[in-house]
Write a protein that binds this ligand. Structure first.
Ligand SMILES: [Zn+2]
Length: 510
């Protein structure tokens, strides 16, 4: 579908707007009944706190598909699936594309779609988030056709004008994002196009193209300078999304007021059903965009969305590189005594329900501190479902700008072996103490890198060649005893290294 770039104002016939004095006539006289709207709900952000709107008379509760053109007195709920804020509240956007004096919304319930023309009387633009539940009290529905609209949004037969004011018979209530979380999650009919097909198809996507994607990463909003009109500050949030056909995913860019929609999205959990998304091909790789005719359903229900969430959860588990060392949760006693790697493996697989602590005597096959320092991966943490690597023990997440204390990347310890098997150190979760004890040793056979104090963090100041010569070479083929722990059910699900004992190792070595 090719969408013409017409002004959204041309979609609608002119509707008389009550004058400001008329709107203000009833102020200060109303008590707040049970279903009255506080000013912040009804659009009264600019009105005194004492002002509330409440419905006069009976509004019939209907579904969106029950709406008929003409006069009515009805109330219904729906979730926002698209919005265009008024030009005044969104100065960065292309002027010709935006309505003046009102916000344009598309609402969806489990039965249909309807457009809302919301006269701007308050700071509503920050609430125009995809997926937000709203209640409408309406007295008029107008046919939404090519004679009233230059751009048809598929399956939107009507639009409803809303002018929130104390004396208006029409109103809108924006519910908190947590309200009725399971209401109106029925997805639009699912005739899904794989993301990869959509991105790579040589022909324009047909009308009613639907993509079901999962959020992979939500990057921090960036401010960019617009080209047309030049020099305006535009806020943009980039969201990486994926599906089974395109596991590497692609960018979905949200601009201006739409960036607030992504604030509540969670990586590997939030699923989006996009109807008629835009395919942006200006850059080196195709991207997704949300146009005037796009519908965005957040966290739809249904089998397909559930399946995608399950697939995303499995993927997230595999991606985890850095599990924080758990505080507590291990048995007090070293019940297992000295055991082999094979025995630890069997114990973990056999009895996940119960925790244990034991000792394993292993050979350090080769550490990689120098190499990891060179790669800038000496330390790590995890944030926003992404690994965060650095050469120093503190760093800031590029996605959400949160500062983190990092742990020593367990991959620096390479592989560990005994006569029964071999294990990658990065598959285990190392305590700070264990890291320090492996690097600096305990007792008479400590590797003792010169000039450093005994905390693993002191090695981050060493350069690559010093790490290779003074740490990696000295640790190669050393035998140490690891004090390993397993938390059992409800734990981190990885073998943890609580400490490292060099004394036992010496005896084995001699
Ligand atoms: Zn982060």
């Amino acid at each position: 579908m090719v969408l013409p770039n017409h002004s959204i104002q041309s979609f609608f016939p002119k509707i008389p707007v009550p004058s400001a004095s008329h709107a203000a006539a009833g102020r200060g006289t109303l008590q707040k009944p049970a279903d009255a709207l506080a000013p912040s709900d009804a659009g009264g952000d600019l009105q005194p706190e004492t002002q509330v709107w409440h419905p006069k008379g009976v509004y019939k509760e209907v579904n969106i598909s029950d709406l008929q053109p003409g006069s009515c007195k009805v109330t219904f709920k729906g979730r926002i699936v698209n919005s265009s804020p008024s030009l005044e509240t969104n100065p960065g956007s292309k002027k010709s594309m935006l309505p003046k004096g009102y916000h344009f919304l598309v609402l969806k319930d489990d039965t249909g779609l309807v457009a809302i023309k919301l006269v701007v009387t308050a700071n509503h633009h920050t609430r125009l988030q995809f997926g937000r539940l709203v209640t409408i009290w309406a007295t008029t529905a107008i046919v939404y056709t090519l004679t009233t609209a230059s751009l048809l949004i598929p399956h939107v037969p009507l639009f409803i004008p809303i002018h929130p004011s104390l004396t208006s018979p029409s109103s809108i209530k924006f519910h908190p994002l947590s309200t009725s979380p399971t209401l109106y999650r029925l997805p639009s009919s699912l005739n899904l196009t794989p993301l990869l097909t959509f991105l790579t198809s040589p022909s324009p996507p047909p009308t009613d193209t639907r993509l079901l994607v999962c959020v992979d990463t939500v990057f921090a909003p960036r401010t960019l300078k617009s080209k047309n009109p030049p020099g305006l500050d535009l806020v943009m949030t980039e969201v990486r999304v994926f599906d089974e056909s395109a596991p590497a995913g692609c960018s979905l860019k949200l601009w201006c007021n739409k960036t607030t929609s992504a604030l509540g999205w969670t990586a590997n959990q939030t699923v989006l059903l996009l109807t008629n998304p835009r395919r942006e091909t200006a850059g080196p790789v195709p991207e997704l965009g949300v146009g005037l005719g796009t519908l965005v359903e957040v966290d739809p229900g249904g089998y397909e969305a559930g399946w995608l969430r399950g697939m995303a959860a499995g993927r997230a588990e595999r991606q985890v590189v850095c599990v924080p060392f758990p505080e507590g949760g291990f048995p007090e006693e070293e019940g297992e005594g000295v055991c082999t790697l094979a025995e630890v493996d069997g114990r973990v697989r056999g009895e996940e329900g119960s925790g244990f602590v034991g000792r394993v005597n292993v050979l350090v096959l080769g550490t990689k501190l120098g190499e990891m320092k060179r790669m800038g991966k000496l330390c790590c943490a995890e944030c926003c479902h992404l690994p965060l690597y650095a050469a120093t023990p503190s760093a800031t997440c590029n996605t959400c700008d949160t500062a983190h204390s990092l742990v020593l990347n367990p991959a620096v310890f390479g592989r560990l072996a005994d006569e029964t098997g071999c294990l990658s150190a990065s598959k285990m979760v190392w305590s700070d103490r264990a890291c320090t004890e492996l690097l600096f040793g305990t007792g008479k056979h400590k590797p003792d890198p010169s000039g450093v104090t005994e905390d693993w963090r002191s090695i981050v100041g060493m350069d690559v060649s010093a790490l290779k010569e003074e740490v990696d070479e000295k640790l190669a083929y050393c035998r140490v005893t690891l004090v390993v722990g397993w938390q059992g059910e409800g734990g981190v699900g990885r073998v943890c290294v609580l400490g490292v004992d060099w004394e036992d190792g010496d005896e084995e070595l001699m």
